[in-house]
Design a protein around this ligand. Structure first.
Ligand SMILES: *[C@@H]1O[C@H](CO)[C@@H](O)[C@H](O)[C@H]1NC(C)=O
Ligand SMILES: *[C@@H]1O[C@H](CO)[C@@H](O)[C@H](O)[C@H]1NC(C)=O
Ligand SMILES: *[C@@H]1O[C@H](CO)[C@@H](O)[C@H](O)[C@H]1NC(C)=O
Ligand SMILES: *[C@@H]1O[C@H](CO)[C@@H](O)[C@H](O)[C@H]1NC(C)=O
Length: 468
C-alpha cells in the first residue's frame, strides 16, 4: 500500500512537470500573437505593490488657482472688445490684426478682459498671444473662432494656430467655440493619403509656458491636428471642455500634455480621431477626473522614448472616466531603445464600453509604417501602476494586454477589482508578457498563460484519477 502511494505520488509529480513543460512549450510558439508567454512574470495575490504608489497622485491641490476665477475678483476690470479694434466677426473677413491689437491693449493694461462676443464668428490666421503681461488677464471666448483653412497662411509656423505664450495667472472661459477647420489637413495627412509626405499640422490651441492657468467651458472642434496642448507649464486647471472631431481624422489628439506639472482636467467630454488625453515626457502630477472619452484612441501615457530619448512621466491619476468605442482604454506606450521611466500611475473608477484594448501596456511600441523597429538594448522603465475598479466590455477578446520588455519587465503592476468581458458577453482574456503583477479583490480576466497551466493540470489530474 505504501509502495502504491509512493508510486502514485511520483506519477503525479511526473505528470505535473510534464504539464508545466507542455504549457511552457505551447506558450513559446503562440498561434498568432507575440504576447503569450510569461515565464519571467511574477504573480502575487496580496496587492503587494499598491502602497508603493506615491501619495502625490492621490491629491493634487490647485486651490490657490481659485482666486483667478472672475467671481473672486474685487476690482472691476477693463473690458476690451475685439469689435472695438475693428474685428468684423462675419466668419470670412480676416480678423487677425484686430485680435492682435486688442491683445496688446489687454496685456499691457493688466486687470483686463479680452472679450470675444457671442453670436459672432471670427476668422483668424495663426496668432500668438504673448506675455509677459501685467497681472490679472482674462479672456472670454463667447463667440466662435474659425481657423483659416489655407495652409499657406501657416507658412511661418506650420505647427500652431492659436498660442498663449508666457502668460502668468491667465483665466480663459466663455462658453464659445474654437473651430480648427481641419479638413484640408486631414485630407493631406500621410495617415490618410499614403502618397503624401508626413508633415506637421497646426495644433489648434497651445498653452506654452503659462503658469497658474485656468481654462474652462469651451468647445474645441475639428482641430487641424492636436486640439489643445499644454506645454512647459505649471499649475493648470482645466474643466468643462468639449473636444470633438470625426473618428477618422488623423492625429487629432484631444488634450495633449507635455513637460507640464500639476495639471488637473475635470468634467470634460472628448471624442476625436486620436487619443482623448495624451500625456508625454516631463509631465508630473497629472489628474484627470470625470472624463467622457470616445470615439478615439483612449487615455494614453506616451509614447515615451522615441529615437532613443530619455523621458520621464510620473504621478498620473485618472479617476472617473467613461470610455466608449475607442481603440484603447487606458494605455502606456514606450519605444524600445529609449530610457527614463513611467511611474506612480493610477487608473481608477473607469467604465469601458466596447473598447478594443481596455487595459494595455505596450513597451514595444513602434509607429514606423515601413520598416519594423529594431530591438532596443534599453527601455523606458514602467513601474508602480495601479488599475482599480475598471469594469465593462471589450470589443476584442483580449481585455488586458501587458506587452513588456524582456530585459526590463514592467514592475509592481496591480490589478484590483477588475471586471471586463467581451462585448457579446463571452469571457475575455488577459495576455501578459514580462510583467510583475499583483491581484487584489475580484479580477477578471487574469493572465492567460497562468490560467492555461491551471486548466491543463486540473483536467489531466481528473483523467488520471479516473484511471485508478
Ligand atoms: C460638444 O460639441 C459638439 C460639437 O460642437 C456638440 O454636438 C455636442 O452637443 C457638445 N457636447 C456637449 C456635452 O456639450
Ligand atoms: C528622469 O528621472 C530620473 C530619476 O528620477 C532623473 O535622474 C532624470 O534626470 C530624469 N530625466 C528627465 C529627462 O527628466
Ligand atoms: C467603480 O467605478 C464606477 C464608475 O465606473 C463608480 O460608479 C463606482 O462607484 C465605483 N465603485 C467604487 C466601489 O468606488
Ligand atoms: C463594438 O466595436 C466594434 C469595433 O470597434 C464595432 O464593429 C461594433 O459594432 C461595436 N459594437 C457595438 C454594440 O457598438
Amino acid at each position: 500500500m505504501a509502495l502504491l502511494k509512493h508510486l502514485l505520488l511520483s506519477f503525479t509529480i511526473i505528470i505535473i512537470s510534464f504539464v508545466a513543460c507542455y504549457s511552457t512549450l505551447q506558450d513559446e510558439d503562440p498561434p498568432s500573437s507575440i504576447y503569450v508567454h510569461d515565464h519571467s512574470s511574477f504573480f502575487d495575490d496580496g496587492g503587494a505593490f499598491k502602497n508603493l504608489i506615491k501619495q502625490s497622485t492621490e491629491v493634487l491641490s490647485l486651490d490657490m488657482l481659485d482666486k483667478l476665477d472672475n467671481n473672486n475678483r474685487h476690482s472691476s476690470p477693463k473690458v476690451v472688445n475685439v469689435n472695438d479694434y475693428g474685428a468684423k466677426g462675419n466668419g470670412h473677413t480676416d480678423d487677425t490684426e484686430a485680435f492682435k491689437k486688442a491683445w496688446e491693449d489687454v496685456c499691457s493694461s493688466g486687470d483686463a478682459i479680452l472679450a470675444v462676443p457671442e453670436e459672432n464668428s471670427y476668422m483668424l490666421k495663426p496668432i500668438r498671444f504673448t506675455g509677459p503681461c501685467k497681472p490679472n488677464i482674462e479672456v472670454q471666448f463667447s463667440g466662435t473662432l474659425e481657423a483659416s483653412d489655407d495652409p499657406s497662411d501657416y507658412s511661418e509656423d506650420s505647427r500652431h494656430w492659436l498660442v498663449f505664450d508666457n502668460i502668468q495667472k491667465l483665466f480663459i472661459s466663455g462658453g464659445g467655440t474654437i473651430n480648427g477647420n481641419g479638413n484640408i489637413w486631414w485630407q493631406n495627412s500621410c495617415k490618410r493619403n499614403k502618397k503624401s509626405p508626413c508633415k506637421d499640422a497646426p495644433t489648434a490651441l497651445t498653452f506654452y509656458s503659462c503658469d497658474d492657468l485656468i481654462v474652462k467651458d469651451l468647445t474645441i472642434e475639428n482641430g487641424q491636428q492636436i486640439h489643445v496642448s499644454f506645454q512647459d507649464s505649471v499649475n493648470v486647471k482645466v474643466s468643462g471642455l468639449n473636444v470633438t472631431a470625426p473618428e477618422d481624422s488623423p492625429n487629432t489628439d484631444g488634450i495633449h500634455i507635455t513637460n507640464t506639472q500639476n495639471i488637473q482636467i475635470s468634467n470634460s467630454v472628448i471624442g476625436t480621431g486620436d487619443d482623448c488625453i495624451s500625456i508625454v515626457h516631463g509631465s508630473k502630477n497629472v489628474e484627470a477626473t470625470d472624463i467622457t472619452c470616445g470615439p478615439g484612441h483612449g487615455i494614453s501615457i506616451g509614447s515615451l522614448g522615441a529615437g532613443k530619448s530619455k523621458e520621464n512621466v510620473s504621478g498620473i491619476l485618472v479617476n472617473g472616466a467613461k470610455i466608449f468605442g475607442t481603440k484603447n482604454g487606458v494605455r502606456i506606450k514606450t519605444w524600445q531603445g529609449g530610457s527614463g521611466s513611467a511611474s506612480n500611475i493610477q487608473f481608477q473608477n473607469i467604465q469601458m464600453d466596447n473598447v478594443t484594448n481596455p487595459i494595455i501596456i505596450n513597451q514595444n511600441y513602434c509607429d514606423k509604417k515601413k520598416k519594423p523597429c529594431k530591438r532596443g538594448k534599453s527601455a523606458v522603465h514602467i513601474k508602480n501602476v495601479l488599475y482599480q475598479n475598471i469594469t465593462g466590455t471589450s470589443a476584442s477578446d483580449i481585455a488586458v494586454k501587458f506587452d513588456c520588455s524582456e530585459k526590463f519587465p514592467c514592475k509592481e503592476i496591480t490589478l484590483q477589482d477588475i471586471d471586463l468581458q467581451c462585448e457579446g458577453g463571452d469571457d475575455a482574456e488577459a495576455l501578459c508578457n514580462n510583467v510583475e503583477l499583483s491581484y487584489l479583490g475580484h479580477v477578471r480576466p487574469r493572465c492567460i498563460s497562468e490560467k492555461k497551466k491551471t486548466y491543463a493540470i486540473t483536467s489531466l489530474w481528473k483523467d488520471y484519477l479516473w484511471y485508478i
